[in-house]
Design a protein around this ligand. Structure first.
Ligand SMILES: Cc1cc2nc3c(=O)[nH]c(=O)nc-3n(C[C@H](O)[C@H](O)[C@H](O)COP(=O)(O)OP(=O)(O)OC[C@H]3O[C@@H](n4cnc5c(N)ncnc54)[C@H](O)[C@@H]3O)c2cc1C
Ligand SMILES: NC(=O)c1ccc[n+]([C@@H]2O[C@H](COP(=O)([O-])OP(=O)(O)OC[C@H]3O[C@@H](n4cnc5c(N)ncnc54)[C@H](O)[C@@H]3O)[C@@H](O)[C@H]2O)c1
Length: 495
């Protein structure tokens, strides 16, 4: 049996941040992981996918400016070699060194809850009973959903797509969300003939419709086939090929459209993710395996008495990005450090205790305090690293209407800004902000265009800060930058 003050299950980006923060008031923290320390983001998601997308972006940017010579194309082997480097060659020794340096204990193995504050960890060293004196945090992430139709064809999920050693000549991508857009973009850049099969009627259904439309048009321009209203009803692997039977929903008045067969070398299913709570023993504490682990704004698990169980990251179904999961990790880490301060057996390094992390402060904490994840509801940023990029924060028009928030919708073509014309004479992109009419503050913003990911944070600051438009008017964007679109948006909003 091993005992710690806090046990964090899952050493992805979220678990690592929880553990680091929770240890700052002298609590003894163990971090458990069954696979690589660093989790999905480092090895099979954010990092390798962005390494695969960046060369195509740079190439397109260089080709867009007249006068640049010697731009030949991509060296696929070199792109994949760089991707391998960014994914640390799927070797977690660097992150293990960080965990040890932060004074945390790493337990390798698969953890399952067995009761209140108790777990079993099955790892290379055998089975160990682990007891948490104060708290347990679940940060086990999510895994790809593979629809039944693909069960027998060994489809790619995002893991294979981000770690492939070769580029298939023909790739079908099933889904119309973030993974589908990013991977279709990357593989088309790397020379695959890509077809995207979208069940719905548009790409990126959670973003503003104009964003998905721009991405769809750009993919088609680059030779990617995008079929909307398309459902795969059967899939078979025959030798080196995968045969997909695709049924099309006809448009209004079109009637039935005949099914067709799509033959490819690989098929990537990008049809969403499910929380990894299915093999975690949550049934022993009254929760339902496979379901999101529901938490409150302090990231305490709902429906489990005793105040000892917390969760953060993808497993909660509350966040689905690394940045937002890490934000929740900072919140729950501080909550635990404050609630259980003084209970730890380790000596406290005063320099590491964050300012204001005390039991009294946490007890009286409300929205927007460091102990509550308020931004999860008010201002979630999301970037889709396709080409064009799509970046948004806060509410969309559809969400504002559903919530009954009366908004003015203000849009501007980014290509009409002087800075954009310098970047690319044919710059195409659009910015749109939503202004809450009653409060005269921004509640949402969407940018579509090259490199707009880097423009998003200004909008996030404005939404989180609830900066009145009359004050935002005094935030002067430099000339000639693409950010000057802020000035144009404010003018269009009547300033
Ligand atoms: C292709 C792709 C690209 C993405 N790109 C981005 C991006 O650019 N930016 C962004 O912000 N987000 C991106 N995301 C989302 C991001 O990867 C996730 O939101 C993030 O990884 C979630 O972090 P996490 O720590 O909650 O879970 P994970 O990173 O999944 O970590 C969970 C850890 O828990 C371990 N574990 C699970 N169960 C157990 C158990 N029972 N016992 C022991 N250990 C266990 C796992 O081994 C894993 O290491 C992307 C996702 C995908 C699929
Ligand atoms: N840049 C980033 O931040 C980034 C990149 C990749 C992924 N992620 C995160 O990972 C999560 C998972 O991404 P994702 O793209 O897999 O999920 P998603 O939820 O974004 O999109 C899934 C898509 O698959 C479709 N779909 C669902 N079931 C289907 C079926 N049976 N047949 C056909 N289509 C089906 C849905 O309609 C939807 O369009 C996202 O929530 C995202 O936030 C983030």
């Amino acid at each position: 049996m091993q005992e710690y003050d806090v046990v964090v299950v899952g050493a992805g980006a979220v678990g690592e941040n929880v553990a680091d923060r929770a240890s700052r008031t002298g609590l003894d923290v163990a971090l458990v992981d069954a696979e690589l320390v660093g989790g999905e983001c480092s090895y099979w998601a954010c990092m390798p996918s962005k390494a695969m997308l960046r060369p195509g972006d740079v190439l397109a940017a260089a080709r867009a400016v007249p006068g640049v010579r010697g731009v030949e194309g991509l060296d696929v082997a070199a792109v994949l070699a760089r991707r391998d480097e960014v994914a640390a060659h799927w070797d977690d020794s660097g992150q293990v060194a960080w965990v040890e340096g932060a004074g945390l204990t790493l337990l390798r193995g698969h953890a399952r809850l067995t009761g209140e504050r108790e777990l079993h960890v099955a790892g290379p060293a055998g089975e160990v009973r682990v007891v948490a004196r104060c708290a347990v945090v679940l940060a086990t992430g999510s895994s790809a959903v593979v629809p039944d139709a693909f069960a027998d064809v060994r489809p790619w999920t995002s893991r294979e797509a981000t770690s492939a050693r070769q580029v298939p000549a023909r790739l079908a991508v099933v889904g119309g969300g973030v993974v589908a857009v990013e991977m279709a973009t990357a593989y088309a850049d790397l020379g695959a003939q890509v077809e995207v099969l979208v069940r719905g009627d548009r790409l990126l259904p959670r973003a503003e419709p104009f964003a998905g439309e721009a991405v769809l048009a750009a993919l088609v321009d680059r030779g990617v086939r995008v079929s909307t209203g398309a459902s795969v009803t059967q899939a078979q692997r025959r030798g080196d090929e995968v045969h997909l039977r695709v049924e099309h929903r006809g448009g209004p008045g079109e009637g039935a459209v005949a099914p067709r067969d799509v033959v490819v070398d690989e098929v990537l299913v990008a049809t969403g993710r499910r929380p990894r709570s299915d093999d975690l023993g949550v049934e022993h504490v009254g929760l339902v395996p496979g379901e999101p682990v529901e938490v409150d704004d302090a990231l305490q698990v709902q429906g489990v008495p005793g105040g000892w169980l917390f969760a953060a990251g993808d497993v909660t179904g509350r966040t689905a990005t690394t940045h937002q999961g890490k934000y929740d990790a900072r919140v729950v880490g501080d909550v635990i450090a404050a609630r259980f301060a003084g209970r730890g057996e380790k000596s406290v390094d005063a320099a590491r205790v964050p300012r204001g992390v005390t039991r009294e402060a946490e007890e009286g904490a409300g929205a927007w305090s460091r102990f509550r994840a308020t931004a999860d509801v008010a201002a979630v940023p999301q970037v889709v690293f396709g080409r064009p990029q799509v970046a948004w924060v806060g509410t969309t028009q559809e969400e504002a209407a559903r919530a009954g928030v009366d908004v003015d919708v203000v849009g501007y073509e980014i290509g009409d800004v002087a800075g954009a014309s310098v970047t690319d004479p044919a710059y195409r992109g659009r910015a749109q902000v939503l202004v809450d009419r009653e409060r005269d503050v921004l509640v949402g913003a969407t940018f579509v265009g090259p490199d707009v990911a880097e423009m998003l944070h200004a909008a996030t600051v404005a939404v989180v800060g609830e900066v009145p438009l009359d004050r935002l008017w005094h935030a002067v964007p430099a000339y000639p930058t693409v950010s000057e679109v802020w000035l144009r948006l404010l003018e269009a909003a009547g300033r």
